[in-house]
Design a binder for this molecule. Sequence first.
Ligand code: HEM
Length: 483
Amino acid sequence: MAAASEAPLPAADTKPVRLTGLAALRLGFDFAREPLIATRRAHEAFGPFVMLDRALPLVRAKHTVMLGVPLVLTAGAAFHAELLSDTDTWRGVSLLPGGPRGSAARRIGSGLTRLTGEKHTHYRKLVLQPLRRGAVEVVAGRMARIAEAEVASWPLGEAIDLWHYVRRIMRRLALDLLFGGENEESGAIADLVSVLMERKWGTGAFALPLDLPFTTYGRIVRDAAELERRMLEWVAEKRGRPDARDLAAIIVNSADADGRPPDEAAIVGQLASLFAASSEASQSALTWTLFLLIAHPRVAADLRDEVRQKLGAGAAALERAAELAYLDAVVKESMRLLPPVPIQLRVAQCDTTIAGHPVPNNTRVMLNTFLTNRAGELYPQGDAFRPERWSALAPSMFEFPVFSAGPHACPGYWFGSLAVKIALAAILARCRMELPPGARVDYAVQPTFRPRRRLAVVLRRADDGKPAAAAIAGTIRDLVRFP
Ligand code: HEM
């Protein structure tokens, strides 16, 4: 094994490099445009621990811009270990927007990632019921049938938007297997949650936090109210009908953290964030794995051989996808190279320290999984897609923080991993993909790693022709070294 599994602590002499004034503003501006490249450059120039003091546009709390509170950029397992282990001091942020006091937008932003202490333990235990390994293994057969049926409807011979088609599979798996079934209402709720996430992370809405008819922030406030209304109507039917496989039925029929029947704010806060977390990261993982396979035809051919020889055809075979060693290595390598959640945010709850250096209350820290996953000593040639490396690797969760680590580590690990593997095997069994001539692949971080615009691929029958290496243009070339 090449890697230790113990979490390292920051070396006592890891000193922050402080950037102020113009230098801090310039990095803040670059970061807003292209976060992964900006942080990589900062890391190369200044090391793994950079403090931006007075980085005006990026730092705000309670709708006031705060001066003098640093934004800290970190990379490396040691920082992940220090911050993710101390959840009393370092709070996570919501995927959903937040908004004015007393608004639905504020209520939908109060899910698991923001909770601490006993409240967090209480809801995490509830949420884990259908997400534990044993519970997920029980639904593997249904997962395989759903994935196979979805892929059977993909139009061979045509160009499709890969992000959109993968979304259909991942959303259906989540709604059918974790939210009591996909139907018009649960589908509309999932759509509204996605729109709100896009508005929070893709539009700069919080630069002008004014609730007016024409501002993005105003639309967030109105959409959140609509989401809350629909969600409460939808869960009303689940009251009095406990179901350990349905996250909504679990939340609505369980006491809250104080032992009282859950009020509307608690229900909406938990469910909105569960919808947000349940399919988009898996969608990102599967989309980029398929893209990397298009760009690496030899890996794709080896993987297809493994699927054919070890699984054969049909849903009964697909449900065993987790047993395939090369498929496991391909998915891990894809998530290492292009992590579905490339940057994690943490906010200090009090005056504290990082690697022994004092930082004030409210300091924002970016834990950079994208860079940690490229640490040279563990992952040589970090920009290259080399699934083979996983035959000799067993990193700790801090060294490979794709699902985060510590008390807030992703509870959807088993469900998400199995869903991605089964869907990937189902796709490989039926289709081969090509990029159309002149295709450009640009990425965005919102906060999941996703294509910036339509990701067009042409679908072929699995055994139709021989795949050739594709010429790839676009910003993705800044992150991956293609053959
Ligand atoms: C490949 C798939 C997935 C990846 C890569 C992934 C990744 C992550 C990451 C990095 C976090 C930490 C976020 C942070 O603290 O900033 C997280 C948290 C979380 N994930 Fe996932 N996730 C995946 C699938 C899922 C699925 C299927 C669910 C199902 C509901 C889920 C539910 C959650 C929840 C509830 C949290 C918050 C946990 C807490 O704060 O205690 N995830 N995930």
